[in-house]
Ligand binder design. Structure first.
Ligand code: ZN
Length: 315
């Protein structure tokens, strides 16, 4: 599979793998859909591919590569909120039982007698106990075992885990690298889809291949665009709907914050200060939504009320 962007982390991993100087653990950090998992799986193929000669990321044709393409290779153990080893995927966080099972599988002899790769995708979504158990495993790494820890953000990850892993940052991919992935779309949908993908190849792939996902995302984007500029009564009815259908407030805030960041770069003087203030309010609301026991309806009402106040200062 071709990887879009990420020349620096790829070049780094290729170099240390070639020199036989891989660390026991890496921590890939970057936004969802940007390509962290794709690079982790390329590293696994690099280590486990049985073809003698191949480019970084395996030959793609041998039995090992075929097993990995199906995420079925016994020497690659993957754990994520959606791919549990023991606990129920309905549980919010990855549990300590999952980490114990991961450790147990890694301690067994490698099926192919070579490397073992553990991919833990969503470290920030682990319970405190699970993180402590993971730390213990990282402190006593097995021979020829590589951990790839994946997270969208560093916050919430134990500093002791962070200090045990080599960090690699994944930044959004440039639009001109993403554009070819969306070339199959009707001309009028390419630019909005590119804006939606926002530097994330994983999202671009879904937008290009999943018509239902694309239609939903684009119509949501149009709705958010209108809502941002709507009068207060319309915004309040969105706030009311949000309490029945939670989660859309985050979607709106992410969209609106991205729009305002663009405006901020172009604005000057008083307008710039107002945009910065609005952006501050949005980011604060977004952060507060992550907390427990938030009254979402109230948070949304308060947000629109504050934004309206800022807007009125202009007249
Ligand atoms: Zn291969």
């Amino acid at each position: 599979m071709e990887i879009i962007g990420h020349e620096r982390p790829l070049a780094y991993l290729r170099a240390v793998a070639t020199r036989g100087e891989l660390a026991h653990a890496y921590l890939f950090v970057g936004p969802a859909g940007v390509g962290k998992r794709a690079v982790a799986e390329a590293l696994a193929r690099e280590l486990l591919c049985s073809a003698k000669r191949h480019d970084f990321g395996g030959c793609g044709a041998c039995a090992d590569c075929a097993l990995m393409a199906n995420r079925a290779h016994p020497d690659v153990v993957t754990l994520s909120p959606a791919e549990r080893l023991l606990t129920d995927a309905d549980k919010k966080d990855i549990g300590i039982e999952d980490v114990h099972e991961l450790t147990r599988r890694l301690a067994a002899t490698a099926w192919r007698g070579g490397w073992r790769v553990a991919i833990v995708d969503g470290v920030e979504r682990m319970s405190r106990d699970a993180m402590t158990a993971l730390l213990k495993t990282l402190e006593e790494p097995g021979e020829r075992t590589v951990f790839v820890l994946i997270a969208q953000t560093l916050s919430g990850i134990l500093p002791t885990i962070r200090s045990r892993a080599v960090p690699l940052a994944f930044t959004p991919v440039a639009d001109d690298e993403l554009a070819p992935m969306l070339a199959s779309l009707p001309a009028g949908e390419r630019a909005p889809a590119l804006a939606l993908a926002n530097g994330r190849p994983g999202i671009a792939v879904r937008l290009a291949n999943d018509a239902e996902f694309r239609e939903r995302a684009l119509s949501e984007q149009r709705e958010y665009h209108t809502l941002l500029r709507a009068a207060l009564p319309t915004q309040f009815s969105f706030a009311e709907a949000e309490s029945r259908e939670p989660g859309r407030l985050e979607g709106f805030l992410s969209y609106a914050a991205a729009e305002l960041r663009k405006d901020l770069a172009a604005a000057v003087g008083e307008r710039q200060q107002r945009i910065a203030a609005a952006l501050g309010i949005m980011l604060k609301t977004l952060a507060s939504l992550a907390g427990a026991n938030v009254n979402r309806r109230l948070a949304a009402d308060h947000l629109f009320f504050q934004l309206d106040g800022l807007r009125r200062q202009t007249v």
